[in-house]
Ligand binder design. Sequence first.
Ligand code: BV8
Length: 252
Amino acid sequence: MIVGNVPRPLVDALRTAGRIAVLTGAGISAESGVPTFRGPEGLWRRYRPEDLATPLAFARDPALVWEWYRWRRQRMAAVSPNPGHFALARMEARRPGFVLVTQNVDGLHAAAGSRNLVELHGNIWRDRCTSRPPHRFDRQFGEGTEGAMEIPRCHCGAPLRPDVVWFGEGLAPGDLEAAIEAFREADLALVVGTSSVVYPAAALPGVAKSAGALVVEINPDETPLSGEADVVLRGPSGVVLPELERLAFGGA
Ligand code: BV8
């Protein structure tokens, strides 16, 4: 549960903020059963990011990288959005000027109904051609050659890759600019379920704070943001976000 009460400035901001910007990380999907990256059961515990989520890793051993993504897709195909995802989608529907920026690639925010959404690190359900310029595929897991070929190929013959942003890769044009603008314009910034260690996403709360927004961290654990946030709500997002929605709108 939330440790302590929700401070008055946050209750007021929830009710009056004209523009709300939200940044989410793997923690918001934890209650759906999607393993986080750096937690005790984290994905990176068993694998090193350098081995799997970099262009070099893909060039060196595309079959290993595809094996990891196929495993993640199988795990993600079995999960659904949780109350935290749905609470954010309902807040967006009731508050113009609501922007959701996610680092997650699992597609659960869109599945919960979020529309004003920036998927900063891409989407694991899309494949991308490695030719220049790349052809983009929107292929749901299980369609086409999933499982049939070690390294699926584009109709042009080039290998396909998951359409996600790897370490050392720039974000898709326009995504970071849209995210920065949302946080620069925000009156209230909610930072949910992220360890706040991956850049440039981790710089977004600072953009909001510099512009005078109220910055709120929602996370059961301490992060590098905790000391900077105006309000820290120590609890699981699947519990905290519905509570904030109730305070903002008088319930679901
Ligand atoms: C770039 C997609 C330049 C793939 C991912 C040194 C200093 C600063 C930066 C760097 C540096 N060295 C290198 C860099 C840059 C690097 C970076 O930041 N590295 C870090 C590790 C130091 N960044 C990049 O490379 C980025 N690109 O900089 O490009 C450039 C520019 C132009 C041209 C060329 C190059 C690209 C970064 C994107 C990498 N891709 N994923 C895939 O998913 O397969 S990152 C990966 O980490 C995921 O996207 C994940 O979302 C993201 C962040 O992790 P979190 O989401 O925060 O997850 P984590 O497990 O860490 O934390 C979960 C949190 O939830 C925890 O706090 C936990 O307590 C909490 N939690 C648990 N349960 C709950 C909960 N919270 C709420 N409720 C619960 N129930």
